[in-house]
Ligand binder design. Structure first.
Ligand code: HMG
Ligand code: MG
Length: 302
């Protein structure tokens, strides 16, 4: 039985833009967030408090958080890989704090090293105090799990490795987790196996899908996740993005594609597709390109 409602987190402002080579002004990022919330997105991943040497595009994190006009009912999240990141996120006045922080680990040792410069075990040690400190301030905590199907350095990843990481995340008090196909190599049964390994540790309400579309499988994988009852999904407006530490990986599945599919299936998202498409056109124009969404193109040429 499929869920009757899906909650989408648009990760475009963060995952979508983090790998963008040209500088994107903070005002453009803020305007994107405003357009996403106006389109009905109730969760937006805004930015990352990571090293600006590693990810220069996210160096304006505080400026972006400062610029956002908060809309009641919307949850704003940011990535914080360590205490330094959390402290930076909380250095602002309380009304600019994120509602949720994201610690991000990987099911693959090699990817963990490349992405956050430490082993899986070390990453969990770093995350643990971040989780405690965030919760003490009433901030929700999500855990992103990269390379749950395949890794650019290690190849196929066994579901047992995903289960192992999910167990570690659970152990340090992470409330919910994202099962990410970082390089978009997954196909429906493999993605289901990664999700099932996670569901051994987390309730279905606490698991979300985060599928990159490198091989054009992300929408199919989203449907495969829905078949397991997973109703939290992450996607990127206009299909923006890629990970700087996963060469050649393209963006997440376009939010427009996911919303079109869900509405066509009678599944509610609370999102206005036309306003969403406009938001995608806005950011794509700012980047000087066409939206990487076939739904957007089809609707606009109708
Ligand atoms: P490190 O070099 O091991 O950190 O980096 P360190 O603690 O040794 O510190 C080195 C320097 O970085 C110091 O500065 C620190 O102050 C600074 P220096 O003294 O040299 O001037 N530093 C920081 N600066 C700002 N914010 C911080 C911070 N921490 C240390 N939070 C670190 C470790 C994690 C910081 C680094 O590896 C990093 O920033 N990595 C970025 C990783 C990233 O953002 N990747 C993309 C997001 S994850 C993703 O896209 C996957 C996802 O979408 C799911 C999926 O699809 O798979 C979530
Ligand atoms: Mg990602």
């Amino acid at each position: 039985r499929l869920p009757s409602r899906v909650q989408i987190v648009d990760v475009g402002p963060r995952d979508g833009l983090q790998n963008e080579k040209q500088p994107v002004p903070a005002e453009v990022k803020v305007e994107l967030v405003h357009r996403l919330q106006a389109a009905g997105l109730a969760e937006i991943e805004v930015t990352s408090f990571v090293s600006p040497k590693w990810v220069p595009q996210m160096a304006d994190n505080a400026q972006v958080m400062h610029g956002i006009r908060r809309q009641p009912g919307v949850r704003y999240s940011v990535l914080t890989p360590n205490m330094k990141g959390l402290e930076a996120a909380l250095a602002a006045p309380r009304e600019e704090w994120p509602d949720e922080i994201v610690v991000f680990g990987a099911a693959s040792e090699a990817f963990s090293q490349k992405n956050i410069n430490c082993s899986i075990a070390e990453s969990i040690e770093r995350f643990a105090p971040v989780v405690v400190a965030a919760k003490a301030q009433g901030i929700a905590v999500r855990g992103a799990m990269s390379c749950t199907v395949g890794c650019p350095y290690e190849g196929d990843i066994a579901p047992a490795k995903v289960g192992y990481l999910a167990g570690l995340m659970k152990g340090i008090g992470v409330a919910r987790v994202d099962v990410a196909d970082t390089i978009g190599v997954g196909t429906p049964r493999k993605v289901q196996a990664a999700l099932e390994a996670t569901l051994a540790h987390f309730d279905v309400d606490a698991v979300s899908g985060h599928f990159h579309d490198t091989y054009g499988q992300a929408l199919s994988n989203t449907l495969a996740a829905l078949q397991l009852g997973v109703w939290n999904h992450q996607s990127s407006i206009a299909g923006l993005g890629g990970c700087p530490y996963a060469k050649g990986a393209t963006g997440n599945v376009a939010t427009e594609e996911v919303v079109y599919m869900l509405h066509g299936m009678g599944i509610d998202t609370g999102i206005d597709l036309d306003a969403l498409i406009d938001a995608g056109v806005f950011i794509s124009q700012a980047l000087g390109r066409e939206p990487n969404s076939r739904v957007s193109k089809a609707v606009r040429t109708k």
